[in-house]
Design a protein around this ligand. Structure first.
Ligand code: PSU
Ligand code: MN
Length: 306
């Protein structure tokens, strides 16, 4: 096993016994939501996964160790330290481990560490993608590249319109990543159930998701799968209000010259401030919804596979 990896005993035992395990990311805790709602959400997500019969493994880097599974105290630590913790993508892993530092894992690094640990399912809120104006800035999230290479199923609520969703789908198509819509043919856009864009396939049950993932593995195709699960109707937000906030946030980022790894956290924080508490509540609810689907899919996978 990888000498930098620590798998929490509960997670290790579940994996050894062939029980379903669901990975969770830590950047959503440190950079995606304010304290203390971030910690409360992270703990609730773990609880929901347990209620659906799977074992949660929140992933992070602590003191240069790659952690698959955190204690509640460690989750509290990430939530409290917030954006002072380094946001760790693929390019950061080696240096953070060599220096013995902490890192919050993005979708990219959560996929990498989940795969090292033997975890195939991962629930989150939204993924990174192709930024608006990428034809000039070349700002394309490493999340898309990781989906192309690492065999983990990522269950999300689509992506925020801080990105160019059409270009994000084009990029995923080029790199051979299947984009599945759960109960929908339309790509959901995080706060909203609608984007006006089509997913590759509509899938209607956890069993169908598990089967597709199993076949992708059997075919030896490599790479991940992206499941987009629309926010529950009751928590979906008015598209135009959100779009206005997003447009303003993108303009501010441009004006202030925000770029690189800073831009996504900047946009997330601005959209939250501009839309008030409503968007935070929606964000939390869609993560819960994705956690439940990921746990059910991990469970169904044990049925197909075991
Ligand atoms: N989008 C969200 N919430 C998030 C993120 C994206 O709606 O918390 C985080 C995830 O950790 C994602 C990362 O992997 O931002 C993408 O950052 P970048 O665009 O720098 O690749
Ligand atoms: Mn970027």
């Amino acid at each position: 096993m990888n000498q930098y990896l620590d798998i929490k005993p509960e997670v290790r035992e579940a994996l050894a016994a062939g029980k379903p395990v669901v990975a969770l990311e830590s950047t959503i805790i440190s950079h995606g939501m304010p304290y203390p709602q971030n910690v409360e959400t992270a703990l609730n997500v773990e609880k929901i996964i347990r209620e659906h019969g799977a074992v949660p493994a929140t992933i992070a880097i602590i003191g240069g160790r790659l952690k698959a599974g955190l204690t509640p105290e460690e989750i509290e630590y990430f939530g409290k330290k917030g954006t002072t913790i380094a946001k760790a993508s693929r390019r950061d892993l080696a240096v953070l481990c060599a220096r013995g530092e902490d890192g919050a894992t993005t979708v990219t690094t959560t996929m990498i560490i989940a795969h090292m640990a033997g975890i195939s399912f991962f629930a989150t809120g939204g993924i990174g993608g192709v930024h608006r104006g990428a034809e000039k800035t070349m700002d394309i999230s490493a999340d898309l590249e990781e989906l192309a290479r690492t065999p983990v199923m990522v269950i999300c609520a689509g992506a925020k319109a801080i990105l160019d969703l059409r270009l994000t789908l084009e990029y995923l198509e080029t790199h051979g990543v299947p984009v599945l819509g759960y109960g929908t043919e339309e790509l959901p856009a995080f706060y909203s159930r609608h984007s006006g864009l089509k997913v590759d396939y509509r899938v209607d049950s956890p069993e169908e998701l598990a089967e597709a993932f199993c076949v992708q593995k059997e075919l030896g195709l490599g790479g991940g799968m992206l499941v987009t699960n629309p926010i529950p109707e009751a928590y979906a937000m008015d598209g135009t209000a959100i779009d206005r906030a997003i447009d303003q946030a993108v303009r501010e980022a441009e004006k202030q010259g925000v770029r690189g790894k800073e831009i996504t956290p900047f946009l997330l924080a601005r959209v939250k401030d501009l839309t008030g508490g409503d968007s935070l509540e929606s964000n939390i609810r869609l993560v819960y919804n994705n956690a439940a689907l990921a746990a059910e899919t991990a469970k169904a996978y044990q049925g197909v596979n075991g």
